[in-house]
Design a protein around this ligand. Sequence first.
Ligand code: C2E
Ligand code: MG
Ligand code: MG
Length: 708
Amino acid sequence: MPMSENRALPVALIVDDDYVMRMLERETLAQFGFEVVEAEDGEQVLAMFDQSPPNLVLLDVEMPGIDGFEVCKRLRQVWDMTHVPVIMVTGMDDLASINRAYDSGANDFVAKPINWPILGHRARYVWRSAQAARQLNELKEKQAAIMQAIPDMIFVIDRQGVYLDYKEGFATTAFVPPNEFLGKNMTEVLPAETATLIQQHINQALLQNNLQSVVYKLPLADGIHHYEGRIAPNGSDKVVIVVRDITAQKLNEDRIRRLAYFDTLTGMPNRQSFLERLDSELLRATRSKRRVALLFLDLDGFKRINDTLGHTVGDYLLQAVAERMKEKLRTSDFISRPALDDSSLHFARLGGDEFTVVLPDVDDVQTVSLVAARLQALLSQPFVIGPQEIAVTSSIGIAIFPADGEDGATLLKHADTAMYHAKDQGRNNWQMYDQSLTTRTSARLALESDIRKGLERGEFYLLYQPQVDAESGRIVGVEALIRWQHPEHGVVSPAQFIPVAEESGLIVPMGEWVLNEACSQVVRWQERAANAPRVAVNISARQLRSANFLDKVAATIIATGIAPERLELELTESILMDPEARQVQGLYRLRQLGVHFSIDDFGTGYSSLSYIKRFPIGMLKIDQSFVRGLPDSVNDAGIATAVIAMARNMQLEVIAEGVETLAQLEFLRQAQCPKVQGYLFSRPLAADDVENLLRAGKIVLPESTTVP
Ligand code: C2E
Ligand code: MG
Ligand code: MG
């Protein structure tokens, strides 16, 4: 850009070898508002150009040395006509030299003799028009750059809908190649509906002379594309439409909506959307004075399925349940009432294995119970997941609006309470909410807090039940069993508090206490010369999975000083089928130390003997439910015999639990079960009482009736 541009006055350079001419020209241009500089010949001009180009050059043609034509030509190699305009002063008013002037790049010419006032006007005109042309050029370049940067397609369309012009968009695909629609009407190019829609907006834009926005979609080769068109009036009878492809944005919006409102595992509405819909349903019901039923469904024993068959299977099961609900719940034969149209019945997955169903406009409770029963029947048909067939039952709690709660949150809470009641009633049933249930829920919470306090206050203690050699009665070990001396309720059985402790996570600190106490007791017995061969400690699945469990066991062994081979950990069968079994490595480490492992309540879970090989298991405990039926129940006898035989083949020890009668003992001896435990020999006893038995070393069995 010429430096002189920044000055206040435009600079005119006068080039003439004639001093008088220069003087006259200077006077004239100064009067017309130019600052004037002068040069006597071509060389001088070209030298000046390196420093500071002027805004206008008045150039004499005939000069000694380089003539005006040549000076102009060279000048044009650096500056174009818009930057440095040149007026040639020709002596000859002939066409040839005028042509030469233009050819060499002059903007204009004046012929001698010069009409001085006109020269001034002409100079100003040439300077201004060059300036305007330059600004226009710059504007065009800027616009071109902007257009380049716009990812959108731009169309110019007339009032009737005919395409006049377009610019392609680098991020936007046109429906039809642009060269095919220019000159055509939108109705010939776009689907009729879309063309009409856009035409309406064009009409609006022209009528109101303002910006209109239109969103539409078009089928492209790779699928449906969504577009947003911004329509701006351009004059009175055409518009400019800037069209952007918003397909990706639309997809993202949909995805965000799905994430916010739908459960990713099952594709069912989630808790958030459920609560929102429930609220609007309740509003509607209030206006129409109808009742709404909320069913809260929870799968029975889902945790066990997750634990034994793994989370992947658990996830598949949840998907299958959701699928079945979605598929069957909406069909009219499921709920054959005209009032229950598709739009108002809805269901959701709240999380975990919890599902909800909302039945609007319920007139009688019978319909609700019918739906609950059908729902249970629907889900109780086995699910096939991979090679497995899984049968689940479910428990359902029902709360009715407005009687059981006047808002969504209360209703949900009460349906949940009713569901827990159904679980307590032995699962696989449904229960209506009842005021008294709330009290029961609080009782459960109270129990949890009592356990916490009980742990702090040392209200728990251990009993020990001897395990004996089936032939000799020799004591081969003891099992530690926890008891709770509750300050108000007396002695509480583990059957009542262990499930609550597991659910609340309190089983972890509780289990740590048990382990420590049992190990310490073994050491105390030893110090008092009453040898305990081995103490078995029950470990719940949740405890085993808790952080640092294995480290804590090792630390307890060191802290108490128990010989590791005197410790046995009773694991639940469910851990065998946990595919993650992260603990396996650690269990082997403990086994190397000498710690024994057994599987408690064997036979009640889903596991098979083959899984045992993956773990350092040394002993199976045949569950007392199989011992109970011995020797008469063919089924129990078969299972007990088979387990004993298979265990022997696998070099595993076996112990039968819950042996209460001589007949049972006889049967087990016959089946060559090496160890037994049960009331027949001893109930669980306090540590002091066990001490006496340990000193004796064996339990004298009552005389067998079958042996003569
Ligand atoms: P379990 O580990 O299978 O323990 C055996 C249960 O059978 C004990 O019940 C025991 O008292 C009972 N029993 C023993 N012999 C006989 C018999 O001849 N007939 C009958 N009918 N029952 C017999 P208990 O002490 O009430 O414990 C119940 C369950 O609570 C235990 O079953 C165990 O799973 C759990 N438990 C007990 N203590 C602990 C503990 O410290 N930690 C953990 N995680 N669970 C424990
Ligand atoms: Mg046990
Ligand atoms: Mg057991």
